[in-house]
Ligand binder design. Structure first.
Ligand code: HEM
Length: 440
């Protein structure tokens, strides 16, 4: 590999015409991922520096499967630690970054921005390894498999409600709000042990904490921190109840957890739960919506699945590849390193674009074709297999499989009934509304 260090001065302006500004959230809301542009970039140079505003250094974009996977596996060089910049936000000019910076400044002002105010995702080994062990066993395929009957019942109840509404003549369904949002919310809410009457609030606060760059999800006067504080209050109430009466829910398991013989600090306990509720909510629902959208646009794939349900597991993987519910995660270079011929300097922001890696034509044949029979399908939707590989992957797969299985029994065809409404954001590949007709 030839070293061609990028020592050019920081760019002074946003991308030229014909280029895409990844910080332009209105563009994301209007058009979604710039797949063709990513394809061109992958061909030109898989790793390149995106300009920031006003002469700031910007951030590295890693767009091919090989480097997205490799860089996600080397935490000693590419750190996730909050102290080095954490895992979300693309630096100056990024609205999500600004929201996180504002939250952190407020936390620091009240003395809460310390090492314990970090989520599992924003820790590096060895601290990460110890913290991950705390709940690893709860998310193994075996443990998650036992949830299948409960997930099936929840999916059935939601689809029954949709079918009843269709029965009284209202045949257009907003699939996102009526099915894809409530299903993962109820699943993760029940797993945590949150009372059912709190689930709507959990969803609202989770949206606000992670997707507040979209005005639809930001309540008047609300902020990321205010939402996190409300979630923290609910978790503290649950904690007090479970301390006297433990159950088998995740809140009780986190109360009982120990690292080096010590319980989790109060802040770490809250941060763990904040991650579970947001990760459980904001990702799977978008995979569900994108999957239904894809089947509406590719009815032959739905027919194929109906004819051969043994394709279901593969279909779930293809939906995950197609959807890429998390567009990117960030890492932070902690030393100078050459990547794909570029010199990435210590302190640089490095963003790993799963959405682009999942269309990499050197890994996936006909990568722009939605093909439920695709095999192999080594997508990077859950990350590239490093230490942070999605803890909830088995749960997400179960939810998707059960949902599509339940829909296959009911619907012969899925049709779009209007344009889908995309989330305004460059971190989650979100769908806010998906109007469809579900034909029996
Ligand atoms: C389709 C749905 C989902 C997608 C696409 C997804 C994607 C991801 C990705 C890309 C990562 C980071 C991987 C890396 O940095 O290498 C991650 C981490 C994580 N996910 Fe998921 N996720 C999904 C569902 C879930 C669910 C249902 C949960 C359940 C609570 C969950 C919990 C987590 C946690 C706790 C982490 C942090 C793991 C760590 O830092 O060790 N995810 N997920």
């Amino acid at each position: 590999m030839t070293l061609t260090p990028d020592l050019s001065p920081a760019p002074q302006r946003r991308p030229d015409a014909g280029e895409v500004d990844l910080l332009d959230l209105d563009r994301w809301a209007a058009e979604g991922p710039p797949h063709d542009w990513f394809a061109r970039k992958r061909a030109e140079s898989p790793v390149w520096r995106h300009p920031g505003p006003d002469g700031t250094r910007g951030f590295w974009v890693v767009s091919d499967h090989e480097h997205v996977t490799a860089l996600g596996r080397c935490p000693h060089v590419m750190s996730s630690d909050e102290d080095n910049g954490g895992i979300v936000g693309l630096g100056p000019g990024d609205e999500l970054q600004a929201a996180f910076d504002a939250s952190n400044a407020e936390l620091a002002a009240i003395g809460l921005h310390d090492n314990d105010a970090k989520m599992l995702l924003s820790l590096d080994p060895p601290e990460h390894t110890q913290n991950r062990k705390v709940l690893n066993r709860e998310f193994t395929p075996g443990a998650i498999g036992s949830l299948e009957p409960a997930v099936r019942e929840l999916a059935g109840t939601l689809l029954d409600a949709v079918d009843r509404a269709r029965g009284v003549g209202d045949d257009v369904v907003d699939f996102t709000t009526e099915v894809a949002m409530p299903l993962p919310m109820q699943v993760i809410g029940d797993l945590l042990g949150a009372p059912r009457h709190t689930h709507r609030d959990l969803l609202r606060w989770s949206n606000e904490a992670v997707t507040g760059t979209d005005p639809e999800y930001l309540s008047p006067g609300g902020s990321q921190l205010a939402a996190a504080a409300q979630l923290a209050q609910l978790f503290t109430t649950m904690q007090i109840e479970r301390q006297s009466e433990p159950t088998d829910d995740l809140v009780s398991k986190l109360i009982a957890a120990e690292i080096d013989g010590e319980p989790l600090s109060q802040l770490r306990f809250i941060m763990y739960l904040l991650l579970l509720v947001t990760a459980g909510n904001e990702t799977t629902r978008n995979a569900m919506s994108h999957g239904v959208w894809a089947f509406a646009e590719h009815p032959e794939q739905w027919d194929r699945l109906r004819e051969d349900p043994s394709l279901l597991s593969g279909a779930v993987e293809e939906v995950l590849r197609w959807a890429s519910p998390l567009l990117y995660f960030r890492r932070n270079a902690v030393e100078d390193v050459e990547v794909a011929g570029q010199l990435v300097r210590a302190g640089d922001i490095v963003s790993l674009w799963y959405v682009s890696a999942n269309r990499d034509e050197s890994v996936f044949d006909d990568s722009f074709t939605f093909d439920i029979g695709r095999s192999p399908n080594h997508h990077a939707a859950f990350g590239g297999g490093g230490p942070h590989f999605c803890l909830g992957a088995s749960l997400a797969r179960l939810e998707l499989r059960v949902l599509f299985e339940s829909m296959l029994e009911r619907y012969s065809r899925i049709e779009l009934a209007g344009p889908p409404d995309r989330l305004r954001g460059n971190f989650l590949h979100g769908v806010k509304h998906l109007p469809v007709r579900l034909r029996s």
